[in-house]
Design a protein around this ligand. Structure first.
Ligand code: ZN
Length: 504
């Protein structure tokens, strides 16, 4: 056991840039610190998997600490060693990650605070629980909400929404930390948390907030730049949060430009890294950030080029929030362009995503922004996942023959059809449904059991009455004779035919 009892981690924390600390944290979680020893107030360890660096940390004279990498004074390798030492010493590594939780006195949130004043308070009142079963996150989030949200009662609405947003950002950060500590053990993650954040952002009064609390918005930009770019896989979808906060709260042209510049610069720096292994997840989150910014700025052409260059490719559902907002704002040409861009990527997607994708096209079609024929072509291209939508459209276009053909082709169970749809088709022409009844009747015969024969006879009776109505008795007689002959060795079927008075 290493004893670190007398080390002041608040001061050490302050020596590290936040980003470096975060990266060190991820190294620690990846378990790449080895050969840790502690002797005469010096910690020694090796850090890294591919490239390996030798770290020496002087706990009594921290600035004298060294690492063999060339990343600068205080590097992520040193941070990783400190986290590992805390862990092995039986203390919580989060003491170094957020020492403020322990040291800063609680300062009750006030309406006149800057948003940056709140996280230290949050940390002082919300305990970070250890893993204690699948619902650890739910307990943490519910407790956090119940404790923190009511504190803004009676505030100006605009400030209140900023407060609520920062409570959520803080809680999601905690969710990630608990998730990391759980090290692969199952944790329930409630999707409604993201929806609540989304709704909060969609409903806030942006112009008023910008008018009254501009410095808070700048702090929020700063906060996101520090926390929304994890170098490690997180359970929280920070890209979605980042995009949504920028789209709804920060979409002010000069800020967008500056942020794009910053992200681009970071990306270039990341790519130019020579001394440390690249961090693909961070690169991916920077790419996604750039994509968000370009879409928000309306630069769709660049955004599509960038999206095409990102590997592995983003799921189309990544873009759905934007498609929804184009629809809500009636920006039909943007919506059309994005849907067209996605089209070639759709075939390989899970059906549920295709159904959402189609709903955007339907919106265009219903608004008269897409010709009926073009809509049908899209539906044909996406069969079979577009089946329900296609069948519905054929009925709307009174293409009953096509509707029947579609069902024949996919051998749809007749019991699955809506009776009102069947009525509509038969009202247009009683004979349209015949092929479907014939198909069903003969399919059931081939199942060769009593219940299926009964079902077959039910459809045959339907056919009989309909042929009669159309005064086509002759054709019916010939059909039933041929059918009965064809299956004359199926005794039970013959019995059912007789019982149904279809043959003498
Ligand atoms: Zn280093």
């Amino acid at each position: 056991m290493i004893s670190l009892d007398h080390v002041d981690f608040t001061r050490i924390h302050a020596s590290f840039p936040e980003m470096i600390l975060k990266r060190g944290w991820n190294y620690y979680l990846d378990r790449v610190v080895s050969d840790l020893t502690f002797e005469n107030a010096t910690l020694r360890a090796i850090v890294g998997e591919r490239a390996r660096y030798r770290v020496e940390i002087e706990l009594q004279d921290f600035p004298a600490s060294t690492c063999t990498c060339h990343d600068g004074d205080y590097c992520k390798h040193m941070a990783a060693v400190l986290f590992e030492a805390l862990d092995q010493g039986g203390r919580s590594p989060t003491e170094l990650l957020r020492p403020l939780a322990k040291k800063q006195p609680a300062h009750f949130p006030k309406e006149s605070d800057s948003v940056a004043d709140w996280p230290p308070f949050f940390a002082s009142v919300i305990k970070m629980p250890a893993y204690n079963g699948p619902y650890t996150l739910d307990t943490y989030v519910n407790n956090g909400k119940a404790t923190l949200l009511p504190l803004s009662q009676g505030w100006d609405l605009a400030k209140k929404s900023l407060y609520r947003l920062h409570v959520w950002l803080y809680l999601m950060q905690g969710v990630d930390e608990i998730h990391e500590q759980a090290k692969g053990r199952y944790l329930h993650y409630d999707k409604r948390w993201m929806l609540e954040i989304q709704q909060l952002l969609e409903n806030l009064n942006q112009p008023r907030i910008q008018e009254k609390y501009e410095p808070d918005l700048l702090s929020t930009i700063e906060y996101l730049s520090q926390h929304a770019f994890p170098a490690h896989d997180t359970i929280t979808d920070w890209s979605a949060i980042y995009g949504s906060v920028w789209a709804h709260l920060l979409a002010h042209e000069p800020w967008l430009q500056a942020e794009r510049h910053r992200v681009q610069a970071e990306l270039e720096q990341e790519l130019g890294f020579t001394t440390a292994p690249p961090e693909p997840i961070r690169k991916k989150s920077l790419h996604q950030a750039l994509l968000h910014l370009e879409i928000i700025m309306g630069d769709d052409r660049h955004a599509m080029e960038l999206a095409d260059a990102i590997t592995p490719a983003l799921q189309p559902s990544w873009f759905f929030p934007y498609l929804r907002s184009f629809g809500a704002q009636e920006r039909w040409s943007r919506l059309t362009e994005w849907l067209n861009w996605m089209q070639p990527k759709m075939q390989s997607l899970p059906p549920i995503e295709q159904v959402s994708y189609l709903s955007f096209w339907r919106q265009l079609y219903e608004r008269g922004e897409l010709a009926g024929q073009a809509w049908e072509q899209i539906l044909v291209d996406l069969l079979p996942n577009s089946f329900t939508e296609y069948a519905r459209t054929l009925l709307e276009h009174e293409q009953y023959q096509g509707w029947v053909d579609l069902h024949l082709f996919y051998e749809v169970e007749l019991t699955a059809l809506k009776s009102e749809d069947v009525k509509k088709v038969e009202a247009a022409n009683l004979a349209y449904m015949f092929p479907l009844y014939h198909q069903a009747a003969e399919r059931y015969i081939l199942e060769k059991n009593r219940p299926s024969y009964k079902r077959s006879v039910r459809y045959l009776k339907k056919l009989k009455t309909r042929y009669k109505k159309l005064k086509d008795q002759l054709r019916w007689d010939r059909y039933i004779e041929t059918l009965s002959n064809k299956y004359k060795r199926y005794r039970a079927f013959q019995e059912e035919l007789r019982k149904g008075k279809l043959i003498p």
